[in-house]
Design a protein around this ligand. Structure first.
Ligand code: MRU
Length: 345
């Protein structure tokens, strides 16, 4: 079974530090909003849905701390500032902004009930809802899998990227656990930060699902060799027309899949669909530090001072997508109407 990534217990907030996996499994307690911002920025907690959950818990810890440290403080003001601050942590995954919008709506209710308690309750609810949505993605997506299939995935859109069950890996978990199908996975290592090799391989191995790690540059040739039945990836933001942003390298996988006639699915909850963004060109793409490319775990792999370009995500145009898998079902083309209709189901 997938692992827990971020949760609360007796009013305290914890997360599994994903930067240390697979070498060490260490849990961090998050007591300040600065620690949560840092955890999101440094990818201790990562993956679009998990970032949304983390943001909600981040506002809660800000208010909880202020209420303890400073009796009589304006907690509504503190909560609003925490929302604005956390919104600066990472730009691409829309789940961050989706969760903060929900938190802002809760703050605005000004119901008289204790704000700290309401924010914890909301963060817990966002976490639970994500779990339920991911299981539904698993149930719908499993229908696309038959025993003996091998799925290629990119980055980590598994349990670690969500509250616990994953998006791209949810159909694999569901098909294996609930339907007793035999499914294997090829995991692209996913340079530069190796979420595929470190995280996808780790969580699938923990779950007892056969997983094979390949370098990103091997994907096309592995497809050509006939080893891949279908591709399933996650998404950080899906535009209204179905163009979507996901971890850098996803577009290359989509190009190779099309050339080899391999179905290419995108699994994501509706909290990842941003109908306010018309197409992929309008999705903000995060650029990260050059050292992530020029070094591996602090060791230089490129000449000192060399110029580096490090976009963390790319956009895949919608016509490369066979179908989307959401918690409401499978969305076939045309995606503009299909995705919108999901919100009314
Ligand atoms: O930079 P990361 O590790 O947060 O990027 C994660 C991805 O690109 C995932 O594929 C995406 O967030 C979907 S997670 C269910």
């Amino acid at each position: 079974m997938p692992v827990k990534t971020i949760w609360s217990a007796n009013g305290d907030v914890f997360l599994l530090d994903q930067t240390l996996l697979p070498v060490r499994k260490e849990v961090l307690q998050i007591a300040t909003v600065e620690q949560m911002w840092d955890a999101i920025k440094k990818l201790r907690v990562r993956g679009a849905p998990a970032i949304g959950v983390a943001a909600a818990y981040g506002v809660y810890v800000a208010v909880k701390k202020e209420a303890l440290d400073n009796v009589g403080a304006d907690l509504v003001q503190v909560a609003r500032q925490a929302c604005d601050y956390l919104a600066t942590s990472r730009p691409t995954a829309v789940n961050l902004f989706w969760a903060l919008d929900r938190v802002r709506a809760e703050i605005a209710k000004n119901s008289g009930a204790d704000l700290t308690a309401r924010l914890l309750d909301l963060a817990d609810r966002i976490r639970t809802e994500d779990d339920v949505a991911c299981r539904e993605i698993g149930r719908h997506g499993a229908a696309l899998l038959k025993s003996g299939d091998t799925v290629l995935t990119h980055c980590n859109a598994g349990g670690l990227a969500t509250a616990s069950y994953g998006t791209a890996l949810a159909p694999v978990y569901y098909a294996t656990e609930e339907e007793k199908k035999h499914i294997a996975v090829y995991a692209d290592e996913t340079r530069p930060l190796l979420q595929g090799a470190r995280l996808t391989a780790w969580e699938l191995k923990e779950a007892g699902i056969p997983v094979t790690v390949i370098c990103d540059s091997m994907a096309a040739s592995v497809m050509r060799s006939g080893r891949i039945s279908l591709v399933i990836v996650g998404a950080d933001r899906i535009a209204a027309n179905g163009d979507f942003a996901n971890k850098i390298g996803t577009y290359m996988v989509a190009l190779a899949a099309r050339e080899h006639g391999i179905p290419f699915y995108v699994a994501a909850p509706l909290s990842t669909v941003d109908l306010a963004v018309p197409d992929g060109d309008a999705i903000p793409i995060e650029e990260r530090a050059s050292e992530e490319v020029s070094e591996i775990q602090g060791v230089a792999i490129a000449p000192d001072g060399v110029q580096v370009f490090n976009p963390a995500f790319d956009v895949t145009p919608h016509d490369f997508v066979t179908a989307f898998i959401t918690e409401k079902g499978i969305v076939q083309p045309p995606f503009a109407s299909g995705l919108k209709a999901q919100f009314f189901k």
